[in-house]
Design a protein around this ligand. Structure first.
Ligand code: ZN
Length: 115
């Protein structure tokens, strides 16, 4: 009788724990961090899918479809991240107006630091 109760409590904890964790993760404000977490999460799913394919839980067709879906999300995340980078910093030097490369930390013409 006690064992039944303990098992019930453990089951509830097992089911509810991920919900709490997810809620906590959802509270992070930085989009960079949540994007990274999401990408990691999707890579985990891809590994699971590969495992399911190898163990015969998924057939090749289902596997390909699911992998394509997850890769589409990964691409979207990567694009969002690179868009964020592209929007950061000016394309021209604020001091002398020379054109800058995205990768430049200093202006190639006047040497001013690029922010
Ligand atoms: Zn300059």
């Amino acid at each position: 009788m006690y064992i039944g109760l303990i098992i019930t409590v453990l089951m509830c904890g097992y089911v509810l724990y991920p919900l709490f964790v997810r809620k906590y993760k959802g509270g992070l404000s930085s989009p960079d961090i949540s994007n990274k977490n999401e990408a990691q999460f999707i890579r985990g799913i891809l590994q699971d899918l590969e495992f399911d394919l190898e163990t015969g839980k998924l057939d090749e067709e289902e596997y390909q479809k699911l992998v394509t879906d997850q890769n589409a999300v990964l691409d979207k995340l990567a694009k969002e991240q690179s868009d964020g980078k592209a929007n950061r910093g000016p394309a021209k030097c604020a001091k002398c107006g020379a054109n800058l490369q995205r990768s430049d930390n200093f202006c190639p013409k006047c040497g001013a630091a690029v922010f």
